[in-house]
Design a protein around this ligand. Sequence first.
Ligand SMILES: Cc1ncc(COP(=O)(O)O)c(C=O)c1O
Length: 399
Amino acid sequence: MTSDGMEKDRVIDRAERVLYKTYNRFPVVFDRGEGVCLYDLEGNEYLDFGAGIAVMALGYNDPEYNLEMGEQLGKLLHISNLFYNEPAADAGERLLRASQMERVFFTNSGTEAVEGALKIAKRYAYNRDGRGGHEIIAMEHSFHGRSLGALSVTGNDHYREPFGPLLPGVRFARFNDLDSVRALVNDNTCGIIMETIQGEGGIYPASEEFLRGVRALCDEHDLVLILDEIQCGMGRSGSMFAWQEYGVKPDVMTVAKALGNGVPVGAFLACGKAADAMKPGDHGTTYGGNPFVCRAADTVLRLFEERHILEHVRIMGTYLWERLEEFAGNHECVVGHRGKGLIQGLEFDRPVGDIVSKALLDQRLVLISAGANVIRFVPPLVVTQDHVDLMLEKLEASL
Ligand SMILES: Cc1ncc(COP(=O)(O)O)c(C=O)c1O
């Protein structure tokens, strides 16, 4: 074994001794990244089609992004929300412009963005009815995060069961089945939460009819529609936010992941009736929206515009779609292909754990699964055709 190989084992051993064991990690220690590639401690190059779970939209080690972050680091990291900071105003203005929303609250993660969004729905109904006790409708096979509130609206029994009782009054409808949503609406319902494209559940885009129908239900019953854009937002679908592909606007939306390109920052945004539902004192955070993370969000949003990232995603999304269709046609074990832009999934007739593991360890290709049988393709948004071609060669060799 090389000395770097021994170094890798030492790092894994040390990490295993200290980190809480909630993950089964692959035996790879990444050391640095460049563009669409990652490098392990031995200097081996890996093609990355996971982007740190749909985070690294601009790729790794972007010089312009690094310059901005370095400058902010030397200037001001944190001040608390008791004071104003300019990067928060900058990032907020850009985010509202991109999302057509009216108000933004910056959070530290996607999960916390979901928590805030749920509170808006409850607060809106409380303001209207003068009482609490309101309920939420969520979707089966959804994923919204691991805190107790976000877990309460996550439609996966495996994640939920050990931690009950969770938030009361959450009912689960079937995704893309409007009747199943309608059947759950009652006088206590205050909101409906769903991903525009289900990510962890296996890359299922909402059908246009479903999304329009849910919007109409929310209007009819004065409910708050929350669209979770944490995974499918920030350009991944080919539009800045996936709901813009449908022209169905939510009252509240959540965003995170690619918003900071690796710096932990999320946000919930609201418009119309939801924009002023929460009052001063209703919600807060120590770190959320500090100058450092907001400089990251502002820079990411600026670079998206300057580099025409959305146009690139549409072109590359079409190319990836065509290549994956071809791949699916050549392999009987592939039983489904879904997605939009650069969030696509291939469903296999068997669990994909072995393929993902082989791709990583033998082919040096980073892929991630979504559920047991689906490989999801969520590369940095700056991928090129050559990267897609190379990815398919490596995937082929992994089967
Ligand atoms: C759709 C969706 N919502 C919420 C979350 C939770 O975000 P975070 O892990 O940043 O807390 C995720 C994370 O994968 C997600 O995909």
